[in-house]
Design a protein around this ligand. Structure first.
Ligand code: SF4
Length: 642
């Protein structure tokens, strides 16, 4: 590690003047002097003002957002901030950045940039408005809300419509999609929300975006495609960086879904006379169905095998030629700009499918997965670190990666390697100011069936029932698989006096709102609830983790990454599977204590944490809750809270 240079103006002294006891922040009613926040901010300042890379783990409650925003704004250069979640992006743009600008008493422009699909496309909205076709007729009332809003919105950003559900079908017909954008041929080009956003981004000092946009931008720039939204920048802060590898894998990969093809067909059919639609539709959808029958037995996600790839090659040619013929038959019968847009989309589908099905490469994993009623074919890069290094890390003057969980056993080796950071970097770990020793308890049963045995689930359910009784509901039960989540929910829902929800009951935001409002509810969920969820107060007093969240070694990408490490003569368990599981476990535990007044119990029903050597090592990198193996102690802990 390098020593941090301290010869710049964004020093601890400067930060102290802003965030310290006599600074402008101290006049705010919520002010709390945080020595560690000042230290962190001054280190961030030195990186931003000088150059280099910093990995900073800052536990929950350290105030890391202000710690990076103060030097980023004071720097007076463009800084891009990328978060994992839209929730953090909104919090930064709506609350933290305006506050930082106010206390610095400095002029600075900032802009929030979300994924294109979050914005209204004026061209496709105009077409829809003239001829609204709802796949789901119950959405017509919601459409009237959009119609009213569309005449007044200045940004076209869907999140302005708080009353609109997250998932809404007709939004996909009127939002911005790169593949169908008509660019300068569009009659709405001058007023387009996307291009307005791009123009504003060129003038902004601080850009608040998310990992998806960041890596989509890198991927587009790497392919020399001029469709990126972000302007040029060389100062970057990646918050929630523990999850950056996953987003990068998605955007450096290629995928095509069955729904994407169906939507293309739907958009073509919109252009022809209604009486001719049915006949044309059945002929082409038959070809699409035939292509997808090349793949038998599609579970959650699996690798493509050689037999189906060879069958799919023939069916792919036939499907693409059928789609192309259909498209060609529309020439001169539909507006030229629409015809060209549809052609671009078909070209994109065809090239992506050719890559997935036909390209022989050892650098990508080809897989198929079922997502609800949709089927997705993908090619995902095995080693995304090299791509991140080439397209992003090597181009930055200053780069800060931060999160509440970045290290494992005091080391940043795992995350730095996964994200392609091989050069010298600075690193710092700042403990959470929460007093885990007095605020909580960590229950690990000392004698419990192996998590892979048949006896595990019945025992886990019996223990969860006890724990929930002690805590009076107020619990998250976080599972490592959909199978466990469903099994636990099915038993508990008939055997509990508390309101109970399962992930998928309703959109995530609505589910959390219900959970908070009930005050004594149970939520049974899987991976997406292990991180980025913030429920403060008594409504969440128990977090149960079914087992150590090892990624399944049969998951195609995990399998390929394990194989890659083996071929290099490295130890995949200790270098990849174990640290990845430790980071997720830390995230899961992090759901419990979100403020200095929160109290509660975390339970992990996996005895390997205390019986295996690796479990004991993992335990050392977790928040320092007192550990107990006794359910009686858990019971008395909750009794004392009453
Ligand atoms: S330029 Fe593209 S994104 Fe903008 S309104 Fe036109 S089609 Fe939509």
């Amino acid at each position: 590690m390098k020593e941090v240079n301290s010869n710049f103006f964004l020093t601890e002294e400067f930060i102290e003047k802003v965030l310290g006891k006599n600074g402008p922040l101290s006049k705010m009613p919520f002010y709390e002097y945080r020595k560690e926040q000042i230290r962190l901010a001054s280190l961030f300042g030195e990186i931003l003002e000088g150059k280099g890379i910093m990995l900073a783990e800052a536990g929950t409650g350290t105030g890391k957002s202000l710690a990076y925003l103060i030097p980023a704004i004071a720097l007076k250069q463009r800084v891009v901030i990328a978060t994992r979640t839209k929730a953090l992006q909104d919090q930064l743009a709506d609350k933290d950045v305006p506050l930082a600008i106010e206390i610095l008493n400095q002029k600075a422009t900032y802009l929030k940039i979300k994924g294109k699909a979050n914005y209204l496309c004026l061209f496709y909205y105009d077409r829809f408005r003239r001829n609204p076709l709802f796949k789901d007729p119950s959405e017509t009332d919601l459409y009237s809300i959009v119609e009213k809003w569309a005449t007044t919105t200045k940004t076209g950003e869907k999140s302005e419509l708080k009353e609109l559900p997250e998932e809404i079908d007709f939004w996909n017909q009127i939002n911005i999609r790169q593949e169908r954008c008509l660019l300068s041929k569009c009659p709405f080009f001058e007023d387009c929300f996307l291009f307005r956003l791009k123009r504003n981004a060129e003038k902004a000092d601080i850009i608040i975006t998310n990992h998806h946009i960041l890596f989509a931008d890198c991927s587009l720039k790497a392919k020399n495609v001029s469709a990126s939204v972000l302007p040029s920048f060389n100062n970057l802060i990646i918050d929630e960086a523990h999850d950056a590898e996953d987003s990068a894998t998605t955007f450096f990969g290629v995928s095509v879904s069955k729904r994407m093809i169906e939507e293309w067909i739907y958009d073509c059919l919109r252009e022809i006379q209604p009486e001719k639609r049915h006949k044309r539709k059945s002929a082409i959808t038959e070809e699409v169905e035939r292509f997808f029958t090349s793949f038998a037995d599609i579970p959650e996600r699996r690798k493509l095998n050689i037999e189906e790839i060879s069958l799919a090659k023939n069916n792919l040619n036939s499907m693409i030629s059928s789609l192309s013929n259909f498209h060609a038959s529309l020439e001169k019968k539909i507006p030229e700009d629409i015809f060209i847009g549809l052609n671009e989309r078909l070209k994109n589908i065809s090239e992506s499918l050719s890559f997935i099905i036909e390209e022989e490469t050892r650098d990508y994993v080809k897989s198929i997965e079922k997502r609800n009623s949709n089927v997705v074919l993908s090619a995902s890069p095995i080693n995304v670190g090299n791509l991140i290094r080439e397209t992003l890390v090597s181009k930055m003057k200053s780069l800060i990666l931060t999160s509440a969980t970045l290290s494992v056993n005091d080391s940043f080796d795992y995350i730095s390697k996964r994200l392609g950071i091989n050069a010298d970097f600075h690193s710092i770990r700042i403990e959470s100011p929460f007093d885990f020793r007095s605020q909580g308890l960590f229950f690990i049963p000392d004698s419990f069936p192996d998590p892979n045995s048949e006896e595990f689930l019945p025992n886990a359910i019996a223990t969860i029932k006890n724990l929930i009784d002690f805590s009076n509901g107020r619990a998250f039960v976080l599972c490592t698989s959909i199978k466990n989540m469903k099994a636990i929910y099915e038993i508990l829902k008939n055997d509990t006096r508390f309101p109970i929800f399962i992930q998928g009951d309703m959109p995530k935001g609505a589910l959390l709102k219900e959970f908070r409002e009930k005050g004594n509810a149970i939520l049974v969920a899987t991976s997406s609830f292990w991180q980025g969820i913030d429920v403060q107060g008594e409504a969440l007093s128990l977090v149960v983790l079914d087992k150590i969240p090892f990624a399944s070694p049969s998951e195609p990408l995990v399998e390929a990454r394990i194989q890659e490490l083996k071929e290099k003569g490295e130890d995949p368990f200790n270098l990849y599977q174990l640290p990845m599981a430790a980071m997720i476990l830390k995230q899961g535990m992090g759901r419990l204590i979100r403020s200095k007044t929160d109290k509660g119990v975390v339970a992990c029903l996996d005895s390997r944490l205390i019986t295996k050597g690796y479990g004991k090592r993992m335990l050392k990198s977790l928040p320092p809750f007192p550990v107990t193996h006794s359910l009686d102690l858990v019971k008395s802990f909750f009794s004392r809270l009453k």
